[in-house]
Design a protein around this ligand. Structure first.
Ligand code: 5FX
Length: 536
């Protein structure tokens, strides 16, 4: 492990749903060490499945907080055994699954500040939590609290304008409201409420770490413009909430140095800085090194879009978060459920289950598909909330079927037009410098990426993003060290691997899709209105 010993580095952590992961990134931006602890496999005594417990009601989903603590002990011991030289760590930062919350019991801060280096953390923090099983992002048990919050601030749209999202069950304000309503005693014995991200940062700091603006935007509590808690939202959720949350900070703030515990037990330098931890999605945006106007499109079972934007227009769909890299900017998140699920179905039905036939069909049809447009939502879509398949000819007349090649192009063009339309609905604009980063299964198909480039009128790149939240956290640690030096994030990470160009838009693409996009938007609206009139 002599090689490990020589490298000055930053650490990036990720408390995700199923595991805690870590990467070490050296000053040349090389990842030279990775490790992880998987909750189900390595901490089986907690009895989680996929890192969580789904309760009997099927709606409540929690994870044991001590499992998260013990995972850190385990990972640090693994690194020590591997000969990792902690003294070379300049700074660390991290990510956490978004929205999850940790309730620290009165007196816990004293315990955090006086940790003995002779014992693992989980032995010392056992009595530090007023709620042992933390609500996580998969929880959907707070519909009543969501309605109360929206009513308190003047409706869903008003809440979205204020906090970047309408009320969502998994968002932390609603989770806190539920704890207060159903377990007032535990709430009153809580001195601090952390997100998973700021909880993990607190473990390293040995004191309560502030919530960062980006992850704080996933709570339905933070005013995303002013970057302060909304008094109306706090009051609607629970009493004395502001003092339990602390003051939020920009995501690249240095929040302190590692506590003496890590210096004495593992040999960290006392100068090793802790940079605010953030949510896994904001950390991924940093890990993919998106810039203003860029988009990341994850083409998985469902499709997810990350957008970098300057002036958001929060809506009833999607989420606007404060940007983790440039605090005055924003990022948006949009999820489309009918992603690869639908692409695979259409491949099976119209291309004999073969991707190469599917690609051939895309190649043999023209951009714009002769004016034919299709909507394919076999499962209830999130964006927009409709189900079913609909096909329209060039005269906007609904038809029952398309020839097979037309069907395949209609699916792919439709999926990407929907993404552009809904992104623009949140204030996103394609800029001349826009790059699209495609990830996930379908990003291996060049013909699909060509349609993506054509519809957005922007080049499409690919890169390995498997560890983007971890790597992004390590980048943010370097970024935190550079804050105040006027060196921008892009400069800090300039040595990081460069994405590969996969497709550039055809010269006539802009003309074709400028005509088609408004038609697609109008037809989609008609479908949504029709569904509202006759719910299935
Ligand atoms: C985002 O809003 C989510 O709920 C998820 O992506 C979690 O962050 C997963 F950890």
């Amino acid at each position: 492990m002599a090689e490990l010993a020589a490298r000055r580095c930053c650490l990036g952590w990720d408390w995700s749903t199923q595991q805690v992961k870590l990467v070490a990134v050296d000053t040349e931006m090389n990842v030279f060490y990775e490790d992880s602890v998987c909750f189900d496999r390595d901490l089986g005594e907690f009895g989680t499945q996929g890192g969580v417990h789904v309760h009997k009601d099927g709606l409540t989903v929690t994870s044991p907080v001590l499992m998260w603590v013990q995972a850190l002990d385990m990972l640090l011991e693994k690194m020590k055994a591997a000969g990792f030289d902690f003294s070379q760590v300049l700074a660390l930062s991290g990510a956490g699954q978004q929205h999850g919350s940790v309730f620290w019991k009165t007196g816990a801060s004293r315990v955090l500040q006086s940790l003995s280096p002779d014992l693992p953390l989980h032995k010392q923090l056992q009595a530090c939590f007023s709620i042992g099983n933390c609500p996580v992002w998969m929880d959907s048990s707070t519909s009543a609290q969501c309605r109360q919050l929206e009513a308190a601030v003047g409706g869903a749209q008003a809440l979205s304008r204020l906090t970047g999202s309408r009320a969502y069950e998994r968002f932390t304000g609603n989770q806190i409201a539920k704890v207060y309503q159903q377990n007032p005693e535990a709430y009153s014995h809580t001195e601090r409420i952390s997100l998973v991200s700021s909880f993990a940062a607190s473990l390293f700091l040995g004191s309560y770490a502030p919530i960062d603006f980006s992850d704080g935007s996933g709570m339905n509590l933070l005013q995303i413009q002013g970057k302060v808690w909304s008094q109306a939202c706090l009051d609607a959720c629970a009493p004395k909430l502001e003092e339990k949350l602390g003051t939020p900070v920009p995501s690249c703030s240095v929040v302190g140095a590692v506590s003496a515990y890590y210096v004495q037990r593992y040999g960290f330098s006392p100068d090793c800085k802790v940079v605010a931890f953030t949510g896994d999605n904001p950390a991924s945006l940093a890990g993919m090194r998106l810039e203003e106007g860029d988009i990341a499109v994850s083409l998985g079972t469902s499709d997810t879009l990350f957008l970098w934007l300057r002036q958001p227009t929060p809506a009833l769909e999607g989420h606007i978060f404060c940007n983790p890299v440039v605090p005055e900017h924003y990022m948006a998140l949009l999820c489309f459920k009918n992603g690869s699920l639908m692409r695979e179905k259409v491949r099976d039905e119209f291309a004999t289950g073969s991707w190469s036939e599917f690609s051939k069909a895309l190649g043999s049809t023209k951009m714009g598909n002769g004016g034919n447009l299709g909507f394919y939502f076999d499962v209830l879509e999130i964006t927009p909330e409709v189900i079913g398949r609909h096909r329209f000819n060039a005269d906007d007349q609904e038809v029952l079927a398309f020839p097979r090649e037309v069907e395949i192009r209609a699916l792919i063009e439709g999926q990407f037009m929907a993404k552009r339309i809904h992104a623009e609905g949140l204030g996103y604009q394609v800029l001349p410098k826009t790059k699209i980063l495609a990830t996930g299964g379908a990003s291996h198909n060049r013909d699909i990426l060509q349609v993506l480039a054509d519809v957005f009128g922007a080049p499409v790149y690919t890169m390995d993003t498997a560890n983007s939240a971890c790597v992004g956290s390590a980048y943010q640690a370097f970024h935190g060290l550079a804050v105040g030096t006027n060196v921008p994030f892009s400069e800090v990470v300039k040595l990081a691997p460069i994405p590969k160009l996969a497709a550039t838009p055809a010269p006539s693409a802009a003309q074709v899709y400028e005509a088609l996009l408004p038609r697609y938007a109008k037809l989609e609206q008609a479908i949504v209105q029709q569904a509202a009139r006759s719910p299935q």
